[in-house]
Design a binder for this molecule. Structure first.
Ligand code: GDP
Length: 299
């Protein structure tokens, strides 16, 4: 977890340093609470969480002397309570042949990289994995998935550039079934500019997958880039309209000052948070641990 801890240092820096500035051996009064609430909002925890946390703190400690260390401890406790219920590892059901995972998210969020990292983890667990390059619009996306396929020893199903993504998903399902593959991960395009097109494309992918297995996709994950801050909340909203999301992976927590948005997302959507990306390498995907994350965030 060193990577995560280091990565979160910048967000920690803001929040932790800010707490230190506010609570220098003073009583917990209205002014201090207001400053703390502002700090929590600027740290991307969201207005709702910020307000709940300050109210809880006020109920417990108002008028009493309180140190920065106390505040950090109490906040870490609250944050852990918010995050613990959504911290759930991604599980593969062996009854699904294959277990289908659809990956959604805006371009650059880290979908392809996350697929590669997950492929590696599943391979290490002895599972057979197939990848489908459903982002047919970007040559680089297809090539990148092929590189990950080679690196992790997983076949990659592709189509011509600009080809029909749903057709590709159908073919991938057929192949995965024929080859009795454990896990099929489908990459998708993340063009938010054209919402209707995106919506139709994802809906069509889901339809054709269901033709072959009505319980699929078994997971529809949204990949969020931590450095986009509050924008991540909007992305979850948009993609929820398009696909029935089942979970979140947050990437780039190694270089972000915005990890706090994960708390806002947890509170607002209650979607399971499966894993966090802490680097570009194949090993840089960690299960999401609520307590470690909370403690790192407040410093
Ligand atoms: P996609 O467009 O959603 O498929 O995004 P990519 O998987 O191509 O990732 C975009 C860029 O972000 C690439 O340069 C990745 O190496 C990088 N990236 C992905 N995940 C992480 C992460 O957890 N940490 C860091 N530092 N970079 C990441």
């Amino acid at each position: 977890f060193r990577r995560l801890t280091e990565g979160l240092k910048r967000s920690t820096g803001v929040l932790s340093g800010g707490i230190g500035d506010i609570f220098t051996k003073r009583r917990l009064d209205d002014a201090a609470l207001e400053e703390l609430e502002d700090l929590l909002i600027t740290s991307d925890l969201g207005v709702s969480v910020a307000s709940k946390l300050t109210q809880s703190l006020a109920r417990e400690r108002f008028g009493k002397e309180i140190s920065a260390e106390d505040v950090r401890g109490v906040l870490a406790g609250y944050l852990t309570e918010i995050l613990a219920p959504v911290a759930k590892p991604l599980t593969i059901d062996p009854a699904h042949r294959p277990h289908v995972i659809l990956m959604a998210g805006v371009n650059g969020a880290g979908k392809t990289t996350t697929i590669g990292k997950l492929a590696q983890q599943f391979r290490e667990q002895g599972k057979s994995v197939m990848l489908a390059a459903g982002d047919t619009f970007r040559a680089a996306a297809v090539e990148q998935l092929q590189v990950w396929g080679e690196r992790t020893g997983c076949p990659v199903v592709t189509t011509r550039l600009g080809g029909d993504a749903a057709g590709l998903a159908f073919e991938a399902m057929t192949r995965a079934k024929a080859e009795n593959v454990d896990v099929l991960m489908i990459d998708t395009a993340g063009r938010l500019q054209n919402r209707t097109e995106l919506m139709e494309e994802l809906a069509k992918i889901v339809r054709v997958i269901r033709k072959q297995d009505e319980t699929a996709p078994h997971d529809a994950l949204i990949v969020l880039d931590a450095s986009t801050g509050q924008n991540a909340i909007n992305q979850v909203k948009v993609f929820s309209e398009v696909a029935q999301l089942t979970g979140i992976v947050m990437t780039k927590l190694d270089g972000s000052a915005k990890g706090g948005v994960l708390v806002a997302a947890a509170e607002q959507f209650g979607l399971p948070i499966h894993a966090v990306g802490v680097g570009e390498g194949v090993e840089d995907l960690r299960p999401f641990d609520a307590e470690i994350f909370a403690r790192t965030l407040v410093g």
